[in-house]
Design a protein around this ligand. Structure first.
Ligand code: NAD
Ligand code: ZN
Length: 236
């Protein structure tokens, strides 16, 4: 590669968890009761029919609860162990990076394993599987709970977005794994890194908008090609 390895930023999307058995939104298995995720993962759908959206999340959690980190997640945990200045930014809400051992994860889109109040700012962990049948009430104010995930049409939390953007702007190396790079503002992060002079490596079996400007493109499933890439680069 011939470039410095740090600051090293990895940006991951649903594809990094595909081989763990978590369906991507746009790939096969992304539908629930023949509904597209976009129809359910939005605030209007929750306002209209909270129970329907709740059940969609109960299903997603039960799927994820059966999944374990794959070799791509484990490789990124090894990267964190070896690289002093490493930031893992993920669009995933499945918690598999943490399960693999990564400690400093910027979760752009929240987590399936947390709830938050629709009325106040309260957030809390909720790891029960199966989910309670109905959305619980907030322990502080009694408001209705919702999954602590960013839905289609909602903005990202400013502090989290700032952290992600400043890491991208400082990166010397950015690895973009398993993201279709069409969901903004996450899709801008590799572009920010590129403009700031980072070396961009894309890992994805399909072409994406990042492919055009990436310095290195590796076409293949992340659980196979990411460990190979890391083995080639870690001791360089
Ligand atoms: P996406 O569904 O839009 O795209 C997935 C990408 O992964 C595609 O580009 C596909 O080619 C690639 N891919 C498929 N199999 C792969 C593999 N084995 N190795 C590497 N890449 C592979 O996902 P996205 O870009 O993350 O954006 C969708 C949104 O959906 C995100 O905001 C995310 O929060 C959410 N989502 C999360 C999960 C999860 O937490 N696991 C799952 C589905 C969707
Ligand atoms: Zn509350």
């Amino acid at each position: 590669m011939g470039r410095a390895l740090e600051p090293f930023v990895a940006l991951t999307g649903a594809g990094v968890s595909a081989e763990s058995g978590v369906p991507t939104f746009r790939g096969p298995g992304g539908l629930w009761q023949s509904r597209r995720p976009e129809e359910l993962a939005n605030p209007q759908a929750f306002a209209r029919d909270p129970l329907l959206v709740w059940r969609f999340y109960a299903w997603r959690r039960s799927v994820v609860a059966r999944c374990s980190p794959n070799a791509a997640h484990l490789t990124l945990a090894d990267v964190e162990d070896h690289i002093g200045d490493f930031t893992l930014i993920t669009q995933n809400v499945d918690g598999l990076h943490e399960a693999a051992g990564n400690r400093r994860v910027v979760e752009l889109h929240g987590s399936l394993w947390r709830l938050r109040c629709t009325r106040c700012r309260e957030r809390w962990e909720e790891r029960r599987v199966p989910f309670p049948e109905m959305p619980p009430r907030c322990p502080s104010c009694g408001g209705l709970a919702r999954p602590d995930v960013v839905w289609f049409g909602e903005g990202l939390e400013q502090g989290i977005l700032n952290r992600a953007m400043s890491s991208a702007a400082r990166a010397r190396l950015m690895l973009v794994v398993g993201t279709s790079a069409v969901v903004h503002p996450a899709a801008q992060l590799p572009l920010i890194a590129k403009k700031a002079g980072a070396w961009i490596v894309e890992i994805n079996p399909e072409e994406t908008p990042v492919s055009i400007y990436a310095d290195e493109v590796i076409r293949g499933p992340a659980a196979q090609v990411l460990p190979e890439w890391w083995a080639r680069n870690r001791d360089e």
